[in-house]
Design a protein around this ligand. Structure first.
Ligand code: DAH
Length: 338
């Protein structure tokens, strides 16, 4: 092929390689194959070449014309099928970082529940759940809470109708599990609870608790202490101290409230711990024989311990959160920090 034709072929291939749209290919077709196009210009030069070269020359131009026509046809078909134009493919820099779709994550309350589950799983506790719409019997009677107890009034409990209410504590799950299973029992029960409290920085009409229950032969207060000690060290860290204060709950005897050294000020004293260096995180005790009676367990044979802890509370203490409402406002700026 003569040099000029070779040049034209090179140009054509370069140009067709960077074609991106049907409009581009149309222009390319006009430029090379149009009536006043490059191929046509070459045709016009045929009479000027010496007679003995004319046939070959003409043939070469014709071959090139056919090649161009066929390539233009291919690319046109590809583009009209919506195939990715080559240019875009070539402009795509695979070394650039991709667009990151915003990734969701677990809510801090869910994360704490997961942490609690994991810490207790290591101590052999299963996870149990109970209903949030509950019978008065499970929320109060079976837990040895007398009928004149102030927590039963509708100032402290949401009633739905008659003896149906929104559970105000996860202790209900103790009864439901013991009704169904015989000892040994070793469960934690996380979930939502409801109380008609006015919402402020420390109160919410709905929050989360986790209940714990262990029943077997020969369970003692020491077991309770060590299980809680293990949990507190796992969740808050090795340096956190724990103390028991005598207390009262109708469903445990003896009962205690458990404090940890303030995780915000490391026990030095701050507004979170009211300058005492200690903050309460849970209630606990040895299961009261009246509760065993309600579930037909032999209180002579079995002993057990129970505890109940606020999920929001421990999360706030661990991360230094000063307003419970932040958990429920769905503000991404807050939630994305965990
Ligand atoms: N249910 C109690 C509350 O909501 C917390 C609690 C205290 C649970 C002592 C227990 C317990 O199991 O033994 O305040």
């Amino acid at each position: 092929m003569i040099k000029e034709l070779e040049e034209v072929k090179k140009d054509f291939l370069n140009e067709i390689n960077s074609v991106a749209t049907l409009k581009d290919i149309e222009q390319l077709k006009i430029k090379y194959l149009g009536r006043k196009g490059i191929i046509s210009d070459f045709m016009k030069t045929i009479p000027t070449v010496p007679a003995e070269q004319r046939a070959t020359y003409g043939l070469q131009i014709n071959t090139l014309k056919n090649e161009f026509t066929s390539l233009i046809g291919d690319v046109t078909r590809r583009l009209s099928r919506g195939a990715i134009p080559r240019t875009e493919k070539e402009l795509f820099d695979i070394t650039l970082p991709g667009k990151q779709p915003p990734l969701g994550k677990k809510h801090p309350i869910t994360q704490t529940i997961d942490d609690v589950k994991e810490a207790f799983a290591r101590l052999g506790f299963d996870v149990a759940y109970g209903p949030e719409v509950e019978l008065e019997y499970y929320n109060f009677d079976a837990l040895n809470i007398p009928s004149d107890h102030p927590s039963r009034t509708d100032f402290d409990t949401f009633y739905i109708k008659n003896d149906i209410l929104l559970r105000s504590q996860t202790s209900t799950v103790q009864i439901r599990i013991m009704e169904k299973q015989k000892p040994p029992i070793r469960i934690i029960a996380p979930g939502r609870v409801y109380r008609p409290d006015t919402v402020d920085a420390r109160h919410s009409f709905m929050f989360h608790q986790v209940e714990g229950l262990l029943v077997d032969e020969g369970v003692s207060f020491t077991d309770l202490k060590e299980v809680l000690n293990q949990f507190i060290k796992t969740y808050f860290g090795k340096d956190v101290q724990m103390r028991f204060r005598p207390s009262f709950f109708p469903f445990t005897e003896p009962s205690a409230e458990v404090d940890i050294s303030c995780s915000i000020c490391s026990g030095k004293g701050c507004s979170v711990c009211s300058y005492s260096g200690w903050v309460e995180i849970l209630g606990a005790g040895m299961v009261d024989p009246h509760v065993f009676k309600a579930v037909h367990y032999d209180a002579e044979k079995y002993t057990g311990f129970a505890f109940g802890m606020g999920i929001e509370r421990i999360t706030m203490l661990k991360y230094g959160i000063d307003d419970i409402r932040l958990f429920y406002e769905n503000d991404i700026r807050f939630l994305s920090q965990f």
